[in-house]
Ligand binder design. Structure first.
Ligand code: AMP
Length: 266
């Protein structure tokens, strides 16, 4: 991992997203690579300039270390190409890769609206609808596996949403069965986690449970048509594959109860 001082975004960079903590750029022709991603953490004007500079650099380096730990642990994430704090240069996952959010939106639209268009052939509509349902559940299995791998590496993500997960635009390209979801099979890395800006090393059941709870809430609010089997499948796979899952899932029950109380009583 290289580390040196700051550079300014170049004129040919295009903005992919602007969040509360960072801007993400697409950079053409960087260090011999056709396209890379540059994640630029920006300074917070309300913080003292020296402290701000130190924090921004620390967080940039911490994110890089966690991504490298994932890569070493065989969890598919964007490769860290260079750390030039406050800019992190990452592998661009490619034009064929989209967010899980976008992929689920397409699949759920197909699964739910299969009988909306009267001109379509009924048999093919039914087939594409049930294919879409199976693909949604295959993605749930893949997600359960990815979360278990992250858990087993001793990392909590801190911001698990379907926008922080990337998949091939046609994923899963083949109908996966249970055996294909073996942890040793790399083809399973259908879902790739991104944005480790809030991630940290932790094996605490509470922090793991909060990670899962944030994911549950995000999925339900972003994808209201998601079938309940999706989350059930995620948790089923996680239960089998994640170390310490009993304690984490017991804690998840408590976190959910706290969440419900907060909803009722504010
Ligand atoms: P982020 O702020 O890290 O969640 O990224 C914002 C958006 O940029 C994501 O929703 C993706 O569409 C895209 N993106 C981020 N990282 C990558 C990457 N390594 N390769 C391709 N696209 C990315």
């Amino acid at each position: 991992m290289e580390q040196d001082s700051v550079s300014i975004p170049g004129p040919d960079w295009t903005l992919l997203s602007q969040g509360a903590e960072a801007r993400v750029w697409k950079v053409p022709n960087y260090g011999g690579k056709v396209v890379v991603v540059a994640k630029e953490r920006f300074s917070k004007k309300y913080r003292h300039v020296v402290l701000d500079d130190r924090l921004t650099r620390q967080r940039c380096r911490a994110e890089a270390k966690l991504l490298e730990k994932c890569a070493k642990g065989n969890l598919r994430v964007p490769k860290v190409l260079r750390v030039q704090a406050p800019i992190l240069y990452l592998e661009y996952l490619g034009d064929e890769v989209i967010t899980l959010r976008e992929r689920l939106q397409v699949l759920l639209h197909t699964a739910v609206n299969h009988d909306d268009d009267d001109n379509d052939d009924t048999a093919s509509k039914a087939a594409s609808s049930s294919d879409a349902e199976r693909m949604v559940l295959a993605l749930a299995r893949s997600l359960g596996l990815v979360l278990a791998k992250l858990n087993n590496l001793g990392i909590v993500h801190g911001d698990l949403t379907s926008s922080n997960m990337m998949v091939h635009r046609h994923a899963p390209s083949s109908m996966m069965d249970e055996s294909e979801l073996d942890e040793t099979n790399d083809n399973n890395a259908v879902i790739m986690l991104i944005d480790f800006g809030l991630a940290k090393n932790s094996t605490s059941a509470e922090e793991r449970a909060v990670d899962l709870y944030v994911l549950e809430r995000a999925l339900v609010s972003t994808h209201p048509k998601l079938p309940p089997q999706f989350l059930e499948k995620v948790i089923d796979v996680y239960r089998v594959k994640a170390n310490g899952s009993e304690a984490t899932l017991a804690r998840l029950e408590q976190v959910r109860m706290r969440g419900r109380k907060r909803e009722c009583f504010g």
